[in-house]
Design a protein around this ligand. Structure first.
Ligand SMILES: Cc1cc2nc3c(=O)[nH]c(=O)nc-3n(C[C@H](O)[C@H](O)[C@H](O)COP(=O)(O)OP(=O)(O)OC[C@H]3O[C@@H](n4cnc5c(N)ncnc54)[C@H](O)[C@@H]3O)c2cc1C
Length: 478
């Protein structure tokens, strides 16, 4: 190629470049194309990259995961007028192993998100409280107390995750937020010390890249942030597995969540529809070595006297599903541009059944901090850390309580003693379920005063005694 050819080629390239540049300016100024097209396909300035300007589809916020945490975050951010996309590797409706009851404290958040009426329209169960049995003692029925400032007793929603999660995704779409199903995020895009987008594979296994100011990792217990940023910390005693299945039949309990702690593990049983209960069994993983999951589940569930009675006219309606390594936590995020919500932040144990509430509430807190970031606080690690601090301030005592309960339930004499004390002292019992239900402050239980009142009488008659025959009821106002 001689010098003249080179000049011609350079001119053609520069004219092309100018045209592309003007096309973008034109798109922005005259809005020939839908605004979203212009906004989404804009040059993204990766300041420190070798190729500074890359034309990439871009959003204000990318959310990984369309479970409760991701969908709630999407709805809160959409309300703030931010441009959000939610990516999920699954095709909905997708199922999930879960106790399927939702802490009473979630009601106002679900209402704020505009989904409570649609949930009620599905005729979910409303549980009045919790019934506890410790190592085959009779059940102690504890009603949820009223919330502070109210005289109305609280209840907890209970419905199939298949329906709840689908409803949340539908709501996100109704609000105009894009949800891309079967879009698996495989990596983050980094620029300097911050995350500025994600890469992944779509439903056709074609790779995609998206840019954003901030990424919210709401991918649950297997979230990419836990692995890619090496944040995953396994907790001691994490070698547990949960087995779950729905049962159908007559005379199934509809009004309380039944928590039975006994050998080989504990079960949570909650009605999720008329004549349908969900039973989750949590045991040590070693228990299952070499055994058939389904057969093991059936025999362990029916090993307990109370459950045999309750399930006398019921049958399991599906193959058991499982999830292992229940307990883990996430280290602090080391870079800007990323927040973790829901299970992506960690999980203690399903005993207190509060993961959905925590997901919704952490979404609310994260959205607040993201809102501040867009108003000028920025997306640096320094600012986004505020979210982790607010979350820790709100939940640290509750997490402490969950850990205390974990120790308690695996100590049969202590577990029986505490259950008996709760039966004897309705006020203590209701305070505890109010805290577990996330609407009374955890300080009410994680306190010397509560512990001393609970411990009164210990060790005399420390739970070795079988409780009196017939269920012990703690009725409202008793
Ligand atoms: C045995 C058990 C029982 C439980 N019982 C209860 C209960 O009774 N009540 C309660 O409130 N909580 C309960 N929980 C906790 C509750 O299930 C979780 O806390 C809740 O589901 C967390 O929601 P999430 O949105 O963070 O994650 P998830 O619901 O797990 O949603 C994460 C989503 O992210 C998607 N995803 C993951 N990785 C990627 C990726 N790389 N790219 C794109 N998408 C991705 C997944 O497909 C999924 O849809 C229980 C948990 C267990 C294990």
């Amino acid at each position: 190629m001689d010098g003249q050819d080179k000049t011609v080629k350079a001119n053609i390239l520069s004219i092309l470049f100018i045209h592309v540049k003007f096309l973008f300016i034109g798109l922005k100024v005259f809005s020939f194309y839908p605004v979203n097209f212009v906004r989404r396909y804009s040059p993204v300035d990766f300041g420190s990259c070798a190729h500074r300007m890359i034309i990439m589809e871009s959003y204000d916020v990318i959310i990984i995961g369309a479970g409760p945490a991701g969908t709630a975050t999407a709805l809160f951010l959409n309300d703030m007028g931010l441009d959000v996309v939610t990516l999920d590797q699954a095709k909905f409706p997708r199922d999930k192993v879960c106790g399927e009851f939702i802490s009473p404290a979630a009601d106002p958040i679900l209402d704020d998100l505009g989904v409570l009426d649609s949930i009620e329209a599905l005729s979910p169960c409303r549980l009045k409280g919790v019934a506890i049995s410790a190592y085959e003692t009779n059940e102690v029925f504890i009603d949820y107390p009223p919330a502070p400032g109210s005289s109305r007793r609280m209840t907890s929603l209970s419905l199939k995750r298949l329906a709840f999660d689908q409803l949340m995704v539908d709501r996100v779409r109704q609000c105009g937020v894009e949800v891309r199903e079967e879009h698996k995020v495989t990596d983050f895009i980094f620029d300097g010390g911050s995350i500025v987008g994600v890469k992944g594979l779509d439903e056709n296994k074609t790779s995609f890249s998206l840019a954003s100011k901030v990424v919210v990792a709401a991918g649950g217990r297997n979230c990419i942030s836990l692995r890619r940023l090496a944040l995953l910390k396994r907790r001691k005693g994490g070698g547990k597995i949960a087995l779950a299945a729905h049962w159908q039949g007559n005379n199934l309990p509809q009004d309380y969540c039944r928590m039975h702690v006994s050998k080989p593990g504990y079960t949570g049983m909650a009605a999720v529809a008329a004549d349908v209960v969900n039973i989750v069994l949590v045991v040590n993983q070693e228990e299952l070595r070499g055994k058939d999951l389904h057969e093991y589940y059936l025999s362990a569930v029916l090993k307990n006297r109370l459950r045999r009675e309750i399930l006398a006219d019921a049958r399991v309606t599906e193959r058991v599903r499982s999830v292992d390594s229940l307990s883990y936590s996430a280290a602090q995020v080391p870079c800007g541009g990323l927040l973790l919500v829901g299970d992506a932040m960690g999980f203690i144990d399903p005993f207190t059944g509060e993961g959905i509430y925590l997901s919704l509430r952490s979404a609310q807190l994260a959205a607040g901090v993201i809102g501040e970031a867009f108003q000028g606080a920025g997306f640096s690690r320094q600012h986004l850390r505020v979210y982790e601090e607010r979350r820790a301030r709100e939940f640290s005592k509750k997490f402490m309580l969950s850990k205390i309960l974990q120790r308690l339930i695996y100590n049969p004499p202590l577990c029986k003693f505490v259950t008996r004390r709760l039966a004897e002292n309705p006020q203590l019992a209701e305070t505890l379920v109010g805290v577990i239900g996330d609407y009374l402050p955890a300080e009410k239980v994680v306190s010397l005063k509560f512990m001393m009142r609970l411990a009164a009488g210990f060790p005399a008659g420390s739970g070795y005694r079988q409780m009196s025959a017939g269920p012990t009821r703690i009725a409202p106002g008793e």
